[in-house]
Every structure is written in C-alpha cells, then in structure tokens.
Design a protein around this ligand. Structure first.
Ligand code: HEM
Length: 70
C-alpha cells in the first residue's frame, strides 16, 4: 500500500531529515481524497507500469488523513 507516498503528499516535509534538503509543502488543505488518489494512481502507472494498480486509494487517503504528521 502506498501509505508513505500518501503521507508525504498530505503532510509534506516540515522538518527535513538533513539540512541540505528543503521543505515540501503539505497538500492536505488543497487536495481532496479523490485528487490525492488520482495523483497516486497516475504515479503508480507512470513509474511502476509492470506492477498491479493500487486499490481503494481514496479510502486509504481518508484513513491517512486522520493520522498525525511526523
Ligand atoms: C515519495 C514521494 C515524495 C517524496 C519522498 C518527496 C520528497 C520531497 C523533498 C525531500 C522535497 C524537498 C526538496 C529540496 O531539497 O528542495 C520535496 C519538495 C517538494 N515536493 Fe515532494 N516528495 C514526494 C512526492 C511529491 C509529490 C507527489 C508532489 C506533488 C504533489 C510533490 C511536490 C513537492 C513540491 C511542490 C516541493 C517543493 C519544491 C520547491 O519548493 O522547490 N512531492 N519533496
């Protein structure tokens, strides 16, 4: 399941792990569950064309939306 991808899209990166990396903005306030699901689905087919598509993406986004950003 693409939990880590969905985490980073929703919550961004507020505290980069090392100082030479920048921040990534959070998209949780600008994208709906359906939009995040569509983006994840596109990325999966674009970059892992031989792998099975992810299923239940919008529900997974809804679940991860409830979790706290780290
Ligand atoms: C596993 C997936 C991803 C990881 C690990 C990741 C990681 C990062 C990191 C480390 C940065 C900081 C880059 C820097 O040092 O300047 C960044 C920036 C950014 N990311 Fe992501 N990202 C991911 C997916 C995405 C996706 C899917 C989007 C599109 C919605 C996105 C949009 C952005 C934007 C807009 C920035 C800021 C770029 C800038 O200000 O120059 N990222 N991301």
């Amino acid at each position: 399941m693409p939990d880590n991808l969905i985490q980073v899209i929703l919550h961004g990166i507020a505290k980069p792990a090392v100082t030479d990396l920048g921040y990534m903005p959070a998209f949780k306030d600008s994208m709906s569950d359906g939009q995040v699901a569509e983006l994840a689905s596109f990325l999966r087919s674009q970059f892992a064309p031989g792998k099975p598509a992810w299923t239940d993406l919008a529900a997974t986004v809804g679940r991860i939306r409830q979790t706290i950003a780290r």
